[in-house]
Write a protein that binds this ligand. Structure first.
Ligand code: ATP
Ligand code: MG
Length: 249
């Protein structure tokens, strides 16, 4: 087994909840209502992958062997990827924004079939010599939600989502990637039923994601991220901010 490395979210508090940062060889889900910061965290992660001091590994060896010229794949299903925002965050972090964009492959998926196909094609990018170390699906669930409506389609939707999650987990494991997915939740989670039942994908996504966050808005630019149902980390919360510079404490 290759050794795990971690990517900073940009917020120390959020990294601490994750015991050091976003983990490779895992799928991490960010759920939350509109404007809760899911897409901002995805953009920031592409920027941070290009900053050596934002990548944490136990040995120098891992950095040298695994992370030379790392690249991201951003599968955008909602048309919300913004190169200008990458440039702004890169400037905030003091790195060359064009360099970040050059190392970020963006694929716009217009439906769930394209989304699934793009995820399967990442393997080919890697075989072609691209050191893909970060894979983002923003949003994991919107296309599925739009296409498979009603009870009669539920089984098919869950089956396809399950297959898609299996593709992502395999990428994470085989290529030591950080995989991040977003999942919009329509309403505040019901205290009784919890988040898992209400986020689209429910238990299919829940069982396939190692780390699950629920994001919510707080005062001003503040956001609260709650980690829940992790197999080996306690449930806990972090407060972070979304500023012009990006994700910060
Ligand atoms: P959705 O479910 O609709 O996709 P989301 O969780 O992806 O929502 P984001 O797009 O990540 O939400 O967050 C949008 C919020 O991020 C804005 O409401 C604003 O508060 C903040 N934001 C976006 N761009 C900037 C910026 N350049 N400077 C400061 N804050 C920003
Ligand atoms: Mg979004």
């Amino acid at each position: 087994r290759k050794s795990v490395w971690r990517l900073s979210t940009g917020s120390k508090e959020l990294d601490e909840v994750l015991a050091g940062g976003l983990e490779s060889q895992s799928v991490t889900e960010f759920a939350g209502m509109y404007g809760s910061g899911k897409t901002q965290i995805m953009h920031q992660s592409c920027v941070n992958l290009q900053i050596a001091s934002k990548i944490f590994a136990e040995t120098e060896n891992v950095l040298e062997k695994e992370l030379p010229n790392p690249k991201s794949v951003y599968i955008d299903t909602e048309g919300t990827f913004r190169p200008e925002r990458i440039l702004q965050m890169a400037e905030g972090a003091g790195v060359d924004g064009q360099y970040v964009l050059d190392n970020t492959f963006v694929a716009r998926a217009y439906n769930s079939d394209m989304q699934m196909l793009f995820a399967e094609k990442i393997e080919d990018l890697i075989k072609g010599g691209n050191n893909i170390k970060l894979v983002i699906i923003d949003s994991l669930t919107s296309a599925f939600r739009n296409e498979f409506t009603g009870r009669g389609k539920l089984a098919e939707r869950q089956q396809k989502l399950g297959r898609h999650m299996a593709t992502l987990n395999k990428l994470a494991d085989l290529h030591n990637c950080v995989v991040l997915v977003t999942n919009q939740v329509a309403a505040k989670p019901d205290a009784f039923f919890g988040v898992a039942e209400q986020a689209i994908g429910g238990h299919v996504v829940g069982h396939a994601a190692t780390f699950r966050f629920f994001l919510r808005k707080s005062k001003g630019d503040k956001r609260v991220a709650k980690l829940y149902d992790s197999p080996h980390l306690p449930d806990s919360e972090a407060v972070f901010r979304i500023t012009e510079k990006g994700i910060q404490d």
